[in-house]
Design a protein. Structure first.
Length: 415
């Protein structure tokens, strides 16, 4: 009976050691090694990739199984000790069994696996996958405790660690306010999309691609941009991106009859839902600074640039060509003047109103969507409890407007 109990305990310790070693080997492999194994079709690579995709659940499953095995093994060793030498034998078995189980069932296997993880990871992945499925239902809640995939806010374990370090550094005075803000903005890049930072289509400055250099050279000299999109039949038919410098160089070289379509470069089209981190990566890979945001019908929704992305990271970037006119000017508690390009969110925040922000982003876009045409100067409309008076307008967009609220809407607001 004693030998039978001891043999059963030994089997459980070996199983625990295998699980611990397998888990260590699975996470010891680098991403490049895992990718190579999967691409080359090694046996067990597919199961290995699946386990790496759910690290928190795998860790919880292994912890549960090794815990059950180790406790069962210790119980059997104590029973074997009691069976052979009574209570004294049970105490001796418990005292000696705990370090033996920790060393043989946990520490030694993990250390060995981390030194040579490749073969062990491939061989252990299939049984680990099966074990994970079997106990997955039981350890599901436990997996949240060891959650390394993401949190409720969508952040990964690594992101939370960096954020905690930045917050601690700020509290200790090691990390300044600007550095801490930079870290927070860096993580927000993945939450923001191209649609949220783009220049709306109504505010895009563009040129027809059939025009020649001679026809646009005077306009090019006054353009405050280094790149200009060009279109074919209309703004929904963007055909390229023109570098202003190249157009001016062509004029200097005497190539005044060259059409803009011949000088422009192939445009990059991106969906509005593309995250800024992926957009930034596309800019880097293709070595370009501008992209066209396409809508669901293949038309043009807006324009996004590298500067738009960087401004979300470091704040507003202004150069000598930027217009410094104040976008919002408060006249009184019930009245403000806003540029047509101002984001509706800014107006809602500054003026304490609730203008909708659906397909449009700017005040100009809101007005055009509500009216269906470009209003003239001095025209007034009332929407969502706000009176909007057009102060300046071009043929294609509203440039400036005065917004007012009835006196009753301002009662109770802070001065």
């Amino acid at each position: 009976m004693t030998w039978l109990l001891g043999a059963a305990a030994l089997v459980m310790i070996i199983c625990s050691a295998f699980l611990a070693a397998g888990e260590a080997a699975v996470f010891a492999l680098g991403k490049s090694s895992l990718r190579t194994l999967t691409e080359e079709g090694f046996r067990g690579a597919e199961a290995l990739a699946g386990l790496r995709a759910i690290p928190s659940r795998l860790r919880a499953s292994v912890l549960f199984l090794t815990g059950v095995l180790n406790l069962s093994a210790l119980t059997l060793l104590i029973l074997a000790g009691v069976s052979s030498n009574g209570v004294t034998g049970g105490i001796i078995a418990a005292v000696l069994g705990v370090p033996v189980i920790l060393l043989v069932g946990q520490l030694f296997p993990k250390a060995a696996a981390e030194r040579r993880p490749l073969k062990l990871a491939l061989s252990a992945a299939p049984p680990l996958e099966v074990a994970n499925r079997v106990v997955g239902v039981v350890v599901g809640p436990l997996g949240k405790i060891f959650n390394g995939d993401g949190d409720e806010d969508g952040s990964t374990h690594e992101e939370r660690v960096v954020r905690d370090i930045a917050e601690l550094g700020k509290q200790e005075g090691v990390v300044g306010e600007d550095e801490h803000l930079l870290v927070e903005r860096a993580f927000r890049l993945d939450e923001l999309t191209a649609w949220e930072v783009m220049t709306p289509r109504v505010d895009i400055f563009s040129l027809k691609d059939s025009l020649t250099v001679a026809e646009v050279v005077d306009e090019m000299r006054a353009v405050p941009y280094s790149r200009v999109p060009v279109y074919g039949e209309g703004i929904d038919d963007m055909t390229g991106i023109l570098h202003v410098r190249e157009a001016l160089e062509a004029h200097i070289a005497g190539r005044v009859t060259v059409r803009l379509s011949q000088l422009s470069r192939e445009p990059l089209f991106v969906p509005g839902s593309l995250s800024l981190t992926r957009l930034l990566r596309q800019f880097q890979v293709r070595r370009i600074h501008m992209g066209i945001v396409a809508d669901e019908f293949g038309g043009t929704d807006g324009l996004v640039t590298l500067e738009d992305v960087l401004e979300e990271l470091v704040g507003e970037i202004e150069d000598e060509t930027d217009i410094t006119e104040e976008p919002l000017i408060r006249i009184s508690k019930s009245e403000i003047i806003a540029l047509g390009s101002v984001d509706v969110r800014e107006i809602n925040h500054a003026f304490n109103v609730a203008l909708p922000r659906l397909e449009h982003r700017s005040l100009n876009g809101l007005i055009l969507e509500e009216l269906g045409y470009v209003p003239k100067a001095n025209e007034k409309i009332e929407r969502y409890g706000v009176t909007i008076e057009i102060l300046e307008a071009s043929e294609t967009q509203v440039l400036k407007a005065r917004l007012g609220k009835p006196p009753s809407a301002t009662e109770g607001e802070p001065s």
